[in-house]
Design a protein around this ligand. Sequence first.
Ligand code: SF4
Length: 91
Amino acid sequence: MSEKPTHDSTEVSRRKLLRTAATAAGAAAVLGAGVTTASAKMAQKAVGYQDTPKDDKTCDICSNWRPPNGCATVDGEIAAKGWCRIFVLKR
Ligand code: SF4
C-alpha cells in the first residue's frame, strides 16, 4: 500500500506563491519607507532661509516655489518675498 502525501503539489505551489507575495509586500514596505525618508524636505536653517529678499531674488520667482506659502524642497511656511541659498530662478 502506498502512502498518500499530506499535501498535493497544487497546495504546495499555492503556499509558495503566498510566501513569495508576502516577501515582496515586505520589501515594498521597506522601499516605500526609504522613499518617504529620501523625499523629506530640508530645514529652513540648513539652507539659510530668510523671510526677506536677497538682492532681487525672492521665493516667488524660484522654481521650487509652491504658492501660497510653500516650497518643494524647504520645510515649513515660506514667504513669497523670502529667499534661501538653494534659490533657482524660474524659467
Ligand atoms: S528660494 Fe526657492 S528653494 Fe529657497 S525657500 Fe524660496 S522657494 Fe524654496
